[in-house]
Design a protein around this ligand. Structure first.
Ligand SMILES: Cc1ncc(COP(=O)(O)O)c(C=O)c1O
Length: 448
């Protein structure tokens, strides 16, 4: 299909996520058609290149079109793309389970349940926790605690843990009974004997606008859960696989949860795959004679998909071969430095900047001195991100928080360019200085 045919078919037949489709389908709206990728770059159908400023919605780790990931997927494709995981197993899924559990201290997270994405990995964790307490003779432990502004996915169970009104309010009453608290101390107002689990995005809440937790909070939560015999579920869907500077965010506070949800970067951002990791204690509570009905009757058609698991194995190998985690400290430091310069250059409209490892959230405000926000309907964050495209950067904001989350393979030069593009977009959008198009090719010599 030619680009114009793609757009016509899309506007006629596709329904996009999180998108007001009337705006999308409007005559003047010309969505970008992504045709290929290379490293931290995405290229549109006209060959114009853009830095992938949100790692393709927080998934990509080692870069696009990576030869090692391509080869692993192709090799697996030459054998088999998919076979059921119900009553059968396969090499990549078994090996990946062994490799993933090996990333945690011995005898902690020892079991892996596969699903399709972050939401389904969370669903599994919630249902495992609920069923565990039924087996343990404590069915009254059937409620959850989650945090204000949390985001754990869009399936109904995961959405009922969510704390972002615009996404979750209309569905909350259809899902799990969930108590929302503002911070760990708020748990003391709940009856812990009714809780199956506390669920948290460790260190940083993504969809809330890259909102960071105070240092020590996760450890405090682990201790609270231990004291009250409540499960701790760590949602590392966004934070997993190096984003925070360590393999998992929980490592920053030496915490091992009872259940952990992984997805997004699990396959290096190449294929959909979710995994719920848990302990032998949880696993063993589901063992028994079939007639005891302790089986976890839950699964998905593509559980343990060999292609996705092969990609995940290749991604883990790359972490070792390319020393991915060891390359991060200078990049994280460079990001800190560039973001500080951005604030200095835009003192009026850049408010708080939050950084957690290689993840950054930049608040835009009408007036940084008073903290006055822009009116929501002006969609300032979206307009700035739209302007950033003209300067060779693709990203999406969370309301008026700009998100910068480059693939971990991004070079120091690419970090500089990404932050520079945000600065130019701020100038174009907010300071009334001409919004003239600066051709990406002038800004970025590597763009074809
Ligand atoms: C922390 C967290 N949990 C869960 C999810 C849901 O993952 P998915 O979109 O793969 O279902 C997301 C998605 O952004 C997330 O950020």
């Amino acid at each position: 299909m030619r680009p114009d045919e793609i757009l016509a078919a899309d506007k006629r037949h596709v329904w996009h996520p999180f998108t007001q489709m009337r705006d999308w389908c409007a005559e003047g709206h010309e969505p970008l058609v992504i045709a290929r990728g290379e490293g931290a770059m995405l290229y549109d159908a006209d060959g114009i290149g853009y830095l992938d400023g949100n790692s393709s919605i927080w998934t990509n780790i080692h870069g696009h079109n990576h030869p090692a990931l391509n080869a692993a997927i192709t090799e697996q494709l030459g054998k088999i793309a998919h076979a059921s995981f119900l009553g059968l197993t396969n090499g990549p899924a078994a090996e990946l389970a062994a490799r993933l559990t090996g990333l945690f201290p011995p005898d902690t997270l020892t079991r892996v349940f596969y699903s399709d994405d972050g939401s389904t990995a969370i669903e599994c964790a919630l249902k495992m926790a609920l069923q565990f307490w039924q087996h343990a003779g404590k069915p009254e432990r059937c409620e959850f605690a989650a945090f204000d502004l949390a985001y754990h996915g869009d399936t109904l169970g995961a959405a009922s843990l969510g704390g972002i009104d615009v996404f979750h309010a209309r569905f909350a009453r259809f899902g799990h009974r969930t108590h929302h608290v503002a911070e760990a101390g708020g748990l003391n107002d709940l009856d812990p004997k009714r809780l199956a689990a506390v669920v948290i995005e460790p260190l940083i809440q993504g969809a809330a606008g890259m909102r960071t937790w105070p240092r020590g909070m996760l450890r405090e939560l682990r201790d609270w859960c231990d004291r009250h015999e409540v499960f701790l579920v760590a949602d590392e869907v966004m934070t997993g696989f190096g984003r925070t500077g360590k393999m998992f965010a929980c490592e920053h506070e030496d915490v091992v949860p009872d259940l952990m949800a992984l997805a997004k970067g699990l396959t290096g951002g190449y294929l959909p795959l979710g995994a719920t990791l848990t302990t032998e204690r949880v696993f063993e509570a589901f063992l028994g004679d079939y007639a005891e009905m302790k089986t976890f009757f839950h699964g998905h058609s593509y559980c343990g998909n060999p292609l996705a698991c092969a990609a995940a194995l290749a991604s883990l190998r790359l972490f070792e071969e390319e020393h991915t985690l060891a390359t991060l400290p200078p990049k994280i430091a460079r990001l800190t430095e560039r973001l500080a310069a951005l604030r200095e250059a835009h003192p009026t409209h850049v408010g708080a900047i939050r950084q957690c490892g290689f993840i950054a959230g930049i608040d835009l405000v009408r007036d940084a001195a008073s903290g006055e926000p822009f009116p929501g309907e002006e969609q300032t964050g979206a307009r700035v991100c739209q302007a950033a495209r003209r300067h060779g950067l693709l990203t999406r904001p969370v309301r008026d928080t700009l998100v910068l989350m480059l693939p971990l393979c991004a070079t120091l030069g690419e970090i500089d360019r990404a932050v520079a593009a945000l600065g130019l977009a701020l100038r174009d959008t907010l300071s009334g200085v001409g919004a003239s198009r600066s051709e990406p090719v002038d800004q970025h010599p590597t763009i074809s």
